[in-house]
Design a protein around this ligand. Structure first.
Ligand code: IMP
Length: 176
């Protein structure tokens, strides 16, 4: 690993554990829907979303949106910024947002406020991880992979300064 990056502390969820939970979530989602407009929140949830969506057996359309943070400084994020919006109209659609993690809740609040102006039939959230100890805004997560403690994770889409996304496991990084 790069000497300038904080070292990995431990594996939190290995590949098999992640994939097993994703299949369970996909089965739950399949049972609840007749059709889905899935919105992948880039970049963090891209691995999660593609693995999940392959197991869903009702018709799915996919769109993406790219959100970032102003002043992203490694482990600390600030205000949410919309880098790229979705292309589809969500009016009258059953929208399922696929998110990597709900941390403070600021990102999800931003998306909910944006989508509320567009008259969808329904909006639900599926998040791979949740860090409840860091929550500043209450967010309902309809489908949750795992709750995690207050630690900074990388791998399986999660990054530290754009590094580590491609690890197959979700691992905890040493604090900066
Ligand atoms: P929010 O604080 O709920 O708005 O989350 C903002 C974003 O910060 C998430 O979508 C992630 O991309 C990122 N994030 C939060 N916690 C972690 C982490 O432990 N590792 C990597 N990225 C994280």
């Amino acid at each position: 690993m790069n000497a300038n990056l904080p070292p990995i502390q431990k594996v939190l969820f290995d590949e098999a554990t992640i994939q097993k939970r994703i299949k369970e979530l996909a089965d739950e989602i399949t049972a609840d829907y007749e059709d889905i407009l899935a919105i992948i929140v880039l970049k963090g949830s891209m691995f999660f979303a593609t693995d999940l969506l392959k197991h869903i057996t009702v018709p799915v359309e996919i769109d993406t949106m790219h959100l970032g943070s102003y002043g992203m400084k490694g482990m600390k994020s600030e205000a949410v910024r919309l880098n790229n919006d979705i292309v589809s109209s969500i009016e009258g659609r059953n929208v399922l947002i696929l998110e990597d993690i709900v941390d403070t809740g600021k990102t999800m609040k931003y998306i909910h406020e944006l989508f509320a102006l567009r008259n969808p039939a329904s909006v639900k959230l599926c998040s791979l991880l949740s860090k409840p100890s860091k929550r500043e805004i209450e967010i309902d997560i309809d489908y949750l992979g795992f709750e995690i403690p207050d630690a900074f994770v990388v791998g399986y889409g999660f990054d530290y300064k754009e590094k580590y996304r491609t690890l197959r496991d979700i691992v905890v990084m040493e604090p900066e």
